[in-house]
Design a protein around this ligand. Sequence first.
Ligand code: HGY
Ligand code: MN
Ligand code: MN
Length: 425
Amino acid sequence: MAKTLSVEAPRIDGARLSRTLAELGRVGAYKDEATGLTGVRRLALSAADGQGRRLVIGWFKAAGLKVSVDRIGNVYARRAGADESLAPVMMGSHIDSVPTAGRFDGCLGVLGALEVVRTLDDAGLRTRRPLTVAFFTEEEGCRFGTDMLGSAVATGRIPLEKAYGFRDKDGLSVRDELAKIGFLGTADVRAVKPHAYLECHIEQGPILRRHGADIGVVQGVQAISWREVVFTGKSAHAGTTPMDLRRDAGVAAARLSLELRRMAGSGRFGAQMRATVGSVLLGPGMVNVVAGTARCTVDLRNPADAKMAAVERHLDAFLKKVGREEGVKVSWRQTAKTPHVPFDAGVQTVIADAAARLGLSAEPILSGAGHDAQEWSRLCPTAMVFVPGEYDGISHNPREFSTPKQCADGVNVLLAAALALAERA
Ligand code: HGY
Ligand code: MN
Ligand code: MN
């Protein structure tokens, strides 16, 4: 008979966690030209994502978890509690990646939760509430255009049929790509109602490391707004077309990039304002043809919703101005938009107490990156555990690195916090 839980939580096996992270990191591994490092390329619903999913599910099953796949491809793995009638404490994140990723973004949260389960099994401990470990579809949003897709469907922000219809740059749909990798599941997407949700994640920025803090107690996620902006000018001969006769979509795109940097640096929208043009596709994209079209992505981030609204108004006016001055047509569509999301104060306290009991230094921090947790916070008390990263916490880059101790500290806090929440009525 499993022992009931003492207050003192067991400690995880940090070496096993590192091995598991390394093994998943080999799925979708590629040689990164820019850094010379081995990176991870596991775009959502790609063959590599399917391979990674099957590897992780194999680990879930080997740990005795009951696995289900829902209709948007989210994967839930349940560990029975002493009282199966109680709602589970859920720990999750994502294993899909951007094309130039490291092996920690998202994976630390999923494999850290698996390590929590393995540690409880080693200790023969049964929690009062069931525990669910999960990973969600297309958290990154960089293939099908909107972030936290699987979690947004599971928590009711995006309808399933709308999500099925999203297409990548080659016109392939979410639904078809789920089927292609064998993850068009059958479980109801709204079936999981956790008692609480925890996510362990790398900070992906420089703050914790610079402050010498072991743990970040995440207060929430800043507002995010993504757009796709299309400038349509006139393709023309690069050699014969006088400069004053051009309607150059490439110049319009360049002005957009420069204006975003000027806006973000002006302080007018707060010191935390961040703005990025991550992708510019020029058409026809030839050395001797003035660009007739430019398809750009815009990523805006701001901790304050009111400031984000002001940024959007300024950007709308700027796009009209550039259209007028460059003689190009401007169209744009909103591809992602989430407000500032505050996390539950009670769960933050549980995390802070766990860190203190473990003798780890912790500080509150607002997340600059979007996370699945911000979607689950609509359904249940939610918060996150951040771990610091080396090299100024660089992420979405193969140089992404958190040390085995940093990862183990974060997952020990995740374990202690999950236990505290799982023992509550
Ligand atoms: O874009 C983000 O903030 C996250 O990495 N999906
Ligand atoms: Mn992430
Ligand atoms: Mn990411």
